[in-house]
Design a protein around this ligand. Structure first.
Ligand SMILES: Nc1ncnc2c1ncn2[C@@H]1O[C@H](COP(=O)(O)OP(=O)(O)OP(=O)(O)O)[C@@H](O)[C@H]1O
Ligand SMILES: [Mg+2]
Length: 325
């Protein structure tokens, strides 16, 4: 069953146009010139109950604008948005109790009080039975391992601790659908893992549907069933993770440090080679041509490998690969 339908969603902003220089600064006091910024253009998609959909795209692509239109914070310029039978912007009051939202860049917790107290406010706001509330709170807090953390004022928490508390806050009223705008931004690998596990758990256990934006290909790899790529306000890809992997998973970024002088690297399958020193290099590896194991084997025959980092290509590169196809 589709719980989200977006049809031809567009959002434009009127932004002041300003040229550099003092004269034009002065001029703009009297004559404001504006230009139209197309943040989102004719985007359409549907989401089924129980899906985890990743929204991917470079900075300024329009991801947050789409999330804002879906959560009812922004009024679309044109097009249709339907979520759980509501029109988010005009029916926001009734609508919000059925959804959860987390904006990684912006806190929903009350800054000066402990998260535990913020949670209680949520209990009253959503009219949750005290016993039920206690049960849910315990479950979420234990899952995220923040039993002690929730009694300290929010402003004193580390970023990872705060983000986990934000999750509890967003999920206490047990929404069917949760929007996450950069939920793992700035977190270390352990906090990221805890949050990913948590998303999986709630998706399996309660059938919670997730729409998330991220710059982290790793998040996408671990979480998303389906990926929508946004570029310049437009949808450029909408398919399974498997399909994206076939395009994006071909390349990896490799950095290698060796004990003795780095041997000559094979030409095939390696591009953008940068030799940092006699012992260190980084490059892009095409795994279809040269496998990681094969590469490591070749180097290890000549010298010991001290350090090896293999990372996913940045989102921008994935998108350029999409275009090449
Ligand atoms: N309120 C606003 N007024 C004017 N322009 C805006 C407004 N909100 C967003 N924009 C512009 O719309 C475009 C899309 O912004 P959006 O925040 O949706 O990008 P994003 O994909 O979330 O990027 P990021 O990855 O950096 O978070 C940007 O060029 C941004 O400057
Ligand atoms: Mg954003």
């Amino acid at each position: 069953m589709d719980i989200i339908t977006i049809r031809d969603l567009s959002k434009t902003f009127r932004v002041p146009k300003r040229k550099e220089g003092l004269t034009s600064a002065f001029r703009s006091l009297f004559f404001r010139e504006y230009e139209i910024k197309h943040a989102v253009q004719n985007v359409s998609f549907t989401v089924k109950s129980g899906e985890i959909v990743g929204l991917l795209g470079p900075n300024g692509a329009g991801k947050s604008t789409i999330i804002k239109a879906l959560t009812g914070i922004l009024n679309p310029t044109s097009g249709e948005v339907r979520v759980l039978g509501f029109e988010p912007f005009s029916q926001r009051k009734q609508y919000v109790r059925y959804i959860g939202a987390l904006f990684g860049q912006k806190s929903q917790l009350w800054w000066d009080i402990p998260p535990a107290d913020s949670f209680s406010l949520s209990q009253h706001l959503y009219d949750i039975e005290p016993e039920e509330f206690e049960r849910r709170k315990q479950e979420l807090v234990t899952r995220l391992g923040i039993q002690d953390v929730i009694y300290r004022p929010a402003r004193n928490l580390s970023l990872g601790e705060r983000m986990k508390c934000e999750f509890v806050m967003a999920l206490l009223h047990r929404p069917k659908l949760v929007f996450l705008d950069e939920p793992t931004i700035g977190l270390d690998v352990f906090a990221k893992q805890a949050i990913r596990d948590f998303i999986h758990y709630t998706n399996k256990e309660y059938g919670t549907t997730y729409i998330l934006t991220t710059h982290d290909m790793d998040d996408i790899e671990h979480l998303a069933h389906r990926v929508i790529v946004i570029n310049n306000g437009e949808k450029v890809f909408d398919d399974s993770l498997k399909a994206l992997r076939e395009i994006a998973g071909k390349t990896k970024h490799v950095r290698i440090v060796t004990q003795e002088k780095l041997p000559k690297l094979p030409k095939k399958g390696i591009s953008e080679l940068q030799t940092i020193s006699d012992y260190e290099a980084q490059f892009v590896l095409n795994r279809e041509i040269l496998g990681i194991r094969e590469l490591v084997g070749k180097i290890a025959q000549k010298t010991d490998i001290i350090d090896l980092t293999i990372t996913d290509p940045p989102v921008e590169e994935v998108i350029s690969q999409l275009y090449k196809q």
